[in-house]
Design a protein around this ligand. Structure first.
Ligand SMILES: Cc1cc2nc3c(=O)[nH]c(=O)nc-3n(C[C@H](O)[C@H](O)[C@H](O)COP(=O)(O)O)c2cc1C
Length: 419
């Protein structure tokens, strides 16, 4: 059995799977139930000054028969009294000393308030603090959440308020509602953060009811922009994670969040730099027991590859994600589509997709079921293999065409020729 335990910025956890701050981590009852099911850690629902919520709060993007591909919410931070949260956090940590208990916090930009609250959180025995600089709705209109994460100077200063008084690790949770995630990431580093987590939710309007013309979610006829999450946001999270991991000036442990639903997602996040993982939407959808599939699948994956420790995955694929300018040009290296005629069902989707949406290199031969690819015209875009409903029927095959040349090298060569 592979070792799934992690040490993330000094936080010990029996496995890398933590529940993200949200409705799943609102009470001690839930967190203890989750730990009993096998979750390695939990980030408590953001604690802050008491707020009042609205209903309804959630809207779903259903796609092709799949429920909750994306989830939108206008829920605010914890609406429970701070005393109740702190008492239950202490109880959880006492009963589960080997699990990771992290407390998410959000307060106004007042150093004295942070000093007092960090101290009270530490007194619970919690393992770490996560600063919520990410929620894009509601709290941002009150000068907290993503408005802090969107202004590097605020991120740095607010991080400093917590770091200056904390004796446990401070994780800064970043908002994806920025142009370049490295900017707030570097600001958090400058503020003294010990780790970063990402992503919080993406600003969004999920839809409109076609009968009532009311926005979704509907609060007595009105709606508001909310935070988007779930499987649909995974590619955005992976991009931001890898760009932070590859940034030489960041260099902090990264906790990956955003659309994690299967052990495969978990492996991808770890390969692109995550040292721990947080899950929200998928566990809201399927319940705490989903963690059994996550741990079993991850364990099998590691065992099959004779990888002894899950931490050996961290960042292994990240250096392969870089600038477009460093990719080999098509004059040097090409992919071409090959259709395996024996498995083709003659649906014609590849032909139509290529003819209308790509490069007109898949033709039909009268009396023959399988279309044929004119390889000399194929640009290797992948579209035919993506629309093909038969797994493995269209294979993308690499073709070496000449010496390695990237755009960067190409440009340098042209400049040399002109000089
Ligand atoms: C209903 C709901 C409430 C949330 N509340 C919080 C919160 O209080 N604090 C926080 O940092 N993130 C909050 N989040 C964001 C999640 O922690 C997480 O960053 C986001 O949902 C992306 O992960 P996912 O794709 O696994 O859901 C909330 C998400 C949802 C869906």
């Amino acid at each position: 059995m592979a070792d799934l335990s992690i040490n993330f910025a000094g936080i010990q956890s029996p496995n890398p799977f933590w529940l993200a701050s949200g409705p799943l981590t609102n009470t001690g009852y839930q967190v203890m139930k989750a730990f009993d099911e096998g979750w390695g850690g939990a980030v408590w629902k953001t604690v802050g000054d008491p707020i009042i919520n609205v209903g309804s709060r959630l809207g779903s993007l259903d796609y092709g028969g799949r429920r909750m591909m994306g989830l939108n919410n206008i829920e605010l931070i914890s609406d429970r009294p701070i005393e109740d949260n702190l008492r239950e956090i202490a109880e959880v940590k006492r009963k589960y000393p080997h699990h990771a208990v992290i407390v998410s916090m959000m307060f106004e930009a007042k150093p004295a308030v942070w000093a007092e609250m960090v101290k009270r959180v530490e007194d619970t025995g919690a393992d770490a603090i996560e600063l919520n600089f990410g929620c894009p709705h509601g709290m941002s209109e009150r000068g907290m959440g993503s408005v802090v994460g969107q202004v590097p100077e605020y991120t740095e200063a607010m991080t400093r308020y917590a770091v200056d008084v904390a004796s446990i690790p401070v994780i800064v949770k970043l908002t994806p509602n920025v142009t370049d995630i490295r900017v707030p990431g570097r600001a958090a580093v400058a503020g003294g953060a010990q780790a970063l987590s990402l992503i919080n939710t993406i600003n969004s309007v999920i839809g409109v009811d076609l009968d009532t013309w009311r926005p979704i979610p509907d609060v007595d006829g009105r709606g508001s922009h909310g935070g988007y999450c779930g499987p649909a946001v995974k590619p955005i999270a992976l991009h931001m994670l890898s760009s932070l991991y590859n940034d030489q000036t960041v260099g902090l442990p990264l906790c990956g969040i955003g659309g994690i639903e299967t052990w495969r997602d978990a492996v991808e996040f770890m390969l692109l730099g995550a040292g721990a993982l947080q899950v929200c939407t998928a566990a809201m959808h399927y319940g705490f027991r989903m963690v059994r599939d996550l741990t079993e699948g991850l364990n099998d994956y590691l065992d099959e590859r004779h990888i002894a420790r899950v931490e050996d995955l961290i960042g292994q694929a990240a250096p392969k994600v870089g600038d477009w300018n460093d990719l080999r040009l098509s004059t040097s290296f090409q992919m071409v589509a090959r259709i395996h005629s024996e498995s083709c069902i003659g649906c014609n989707l590849c032909h139509i997709a290529c003819d209308d949406g790509a490069h007109q290199c898949i033709g039909r031969i009268p009396g023959q079921i399988a279309p044929v690819v004119r390889e000399e015209d194929c640009v290797g875009c992948n579209l035919c293999s993506l629309v093909c409903p038969v797994p493995g029927c269209i294979e993308m095959v690499p073709v070496e065409k000449g010496p390695v040349e990237t755009w960067r090298q190409h440009e340098a060569r042209l400049q040399q020729q002109q000089a």
